[in-house]
Design a binder for this molecule. Structure first.
Ligand code: FES
Length: 212
């Protein structure tokens, strides 16, 4: 039986707004849903004086509900300040779409998490983050869960690609279980560096590849 989607959901799904990527964005984030394994990427352009969102784009590797929510929250976020955009909830997004079936709640949560993570990425890069938590092993592991293994479309923690993580005096050393000349090695190194290098207490990040 097809899910009872509202007309608005169908409209946003079929003609989503703000789809795509921004080249050289001021901030970006990829979020994955633990519920379904789908992903969403959010890109931001921010006015550094007003801290408002001047452009926003998203790419969804999720379902119709996720695409429709991505479309509506990017509409809602554009022009808002980062603080205002952070307050957008999945409930507001879902209400703006005329409601989503309860089984699809996680899809709108995923889109909103993507937006919040992109805002957090901007704040961290610009030293605006409210609290400065120390970069512990747990923080690194949590962030590595957002780095995808492009070969399978799941994160590198779940696909057991991370062999070891060492942190000493702000220097992070990560060993990935992969041949150094693997076609995805460069991409994985770039994603890991992007996730960790700008953290306030991190001095450098090295990513090595060793196949076991
Ligand atoms: Fe995965 Fe909707 S089922 S985002």
């Amino acid at each position: 039986m097809p899910l009872p989607y509202s007309e608005l959901v169908m409209e946003h799904f079929q003609h989503p707004h703000n789809v795509g990527r921004i080249e050289n964005p001021d901030a970006k984030a990829i979020e994955g849903s633990p519920a379904c394994g789908d992903m969403v990427a959010v890109y931001l352009q921010v006015d550094p004086n007003t801290l408002s969102i001047t452009d926003i784009k998203f790419e969804s590797y999720g379902c119709a509900s996720n695409i429709a929510t991505g479309s509506i929250i990017t509409d809602m976020a554009i022009g808002k300040t980062l603080e205002e955009a952070k307050q957008i909830t999945w409930k507001q997004a879902s209400d703006a779409l005329g409601g989503l079936p309860p089984i699809k709640t996680h899809c709108s949560v995923l889109a909103v998490d993507g937006l919040r993570a992109a805002i957090q990425n901007y704040e961290e890069k610009h030293g605006l983050a409210a609290e400065k938590e120390p970069t512990t092993l747990e923080v690194v592991q949590r962030r590595l869960k957002h780095v995808m293994n492009p070969a399978v479309g799941l994160d590198i923690i779940r696909t057991k690609l991370v062999k070891s993580v060492d942190i000493a005096d702000g220097v992070i050393r990560i060993v990935i279980d992969m041949e150094p000349d693997n076609q995805f090695a460069g991409n994985i190194r770039e994603e890991i560096t992007e996730k960790l290098a700008h953290l306030w207490d991190v001095v450098s990040v090295s990513v090595e590849f060793e196949s076991s």
